[in-house]
Design a protein around this ligand. Structure first.
Ligand code: FAD
Length: 289
């Protein structure tokens, strides 16, 4: 048996004070990673701090000029049930709907997915593609970190002791913008990605004006493939450009062989998933133009 105390602060200030006073405390959002890891004794703590009663961590607010503010503890079902999210960021609604199943989505958060920093986390490549930033608060004040700079290793992130992610900020999509996340899993659902690719494109007048590509499950942490996105800018959206981006993604991957797939298979998947995700965004853009 692993005994622990439980605190449920109702303000951000209170949560930060509790965490500052107890460096070994762990924040609990949905608990769908934390509790599993505590049971398996991969994480230990004597104090669990519930994030779900802190207003700033429960916000879901979309403003066409400012973009989306997504509280770090907002459960996935609230993301995909939000009409504003579905309209402005359909890719985010979709990724929230593939994390686990219905029961998991009732608790699990996008913020928890990010903070858990699994190399296979499905939401992280898409957040990178969307240009998301994390608002972080701690006893020494606040800071903002781009999601591509957040993870530092398998299960490791840039948070210092006592810091919490308050919310994620996603810029407004604007005209001609689209994003998509694709993963390969041997089963239809409830599986860990063998590889995943999150991409975004902005297309204006038949030319790509901005692009971002990120990968899951092919390195010790999610990979932002800046070169793949940069090389797309100025090109016409199409097979040639998307295949080149796929090859750049493949080159940026440094996967391992495990029971889910070999190095060669994972590298191949990077190219295929990146190309297909880009094709999906371009096809959807055609539909709205
Ligand atoms: C059956 C099952 C299926 C799953 N399927 C998927 C899947 O398909 N894809 C996928 O990516 N994941 C999957 N997961 C993993 C998990 O559900 C996700 O990673 C989920 O998004 C975690 O969110 P959470 O709110 O439950 O995090 P929690 O478990 O509450 O927290 C995760 C970690 O982050 C820390 N943390 C949480 N919030 C904050 C914060 N605001 N600031 C600082 N630290 C914080 C916690 O202390 C903990 O260490 C699955 C898990 C299970 C049990």
């Amino acid at each position: 048996v692993q005994w622990f105390d439980y605190a449920a602060p109702t303000t951000l200030g209170e949560a930060v004070s509790i965490l500052a006073a107890h460096p070994s405390a762990r924040l609990l959002a949905g608990g769908t990673d934390l509790l599993v890891q505590m049971r398996a004794r991969r994480k230990q703590t004597d104090l669990v701090v519930d994030a779900k009663r802190i207003p700033e961590l429960s916000v879901l607010d979309y403003d066409p000029a400012a973009g989306l503010t997504l509280g770090a503890a907002v459960a996935c079902y609230r993301v995909y049930e939000s009409a504003a999210v579905r309209a402005a960021y359909p890719s985010l609604a979709e990724v929230a709907s593939i994390i686990g199943g219905t029961a998991i989505q009732g608790r699990a958060s996008i913020g928890g997915n990010l903070c858990n920093a699994a190399p296979s986390a499905d939401a992280i490549p898409l957040l990178i593609a969307l240009g998301a930033t994390a608002r972080i608060a701690g006893a020494r004040g606040e800071r903002t970190v781009a999601v591509e700079d957040f993870c530092t290793g398998p299960g490791k992130n840039c948070l210092e002791a006592g810091e919490v992610v308050v919310s994620l900020r996603i810029p407004p999509p604007g005209a001609g913008f689209g994003a998509h996340y694709l993963r390969f899993i041997p089963r239809n659902e409830m599986d860990i990605a063998v590889a995943g690719a999150g991409v975004s494109l902005r297309i204006a007048g038949g030319t790509i004006t901005a692009a971002r590509v990120a990968l899951a499950s092919v390195a010790p942490m999610p990979v932002f493939v800046k070169a793949a996105g940069d090389a797309l800018v100025g090109k016409a959206p199409g097979r040639e450009a998307f295949e080149a981006a796929g090859e750049a993604a493949k080159a940026a991957a440094s996967p391992i062989t495990d029971m889910r797939g070999t190095i060669a298979f994972r590298r191949h998947l990077c190219a295929v998933l990146t190309r297909r995700a880009l094709e999906a965004v371009a096809a959807a853009q055609k539909g709205v133009q």
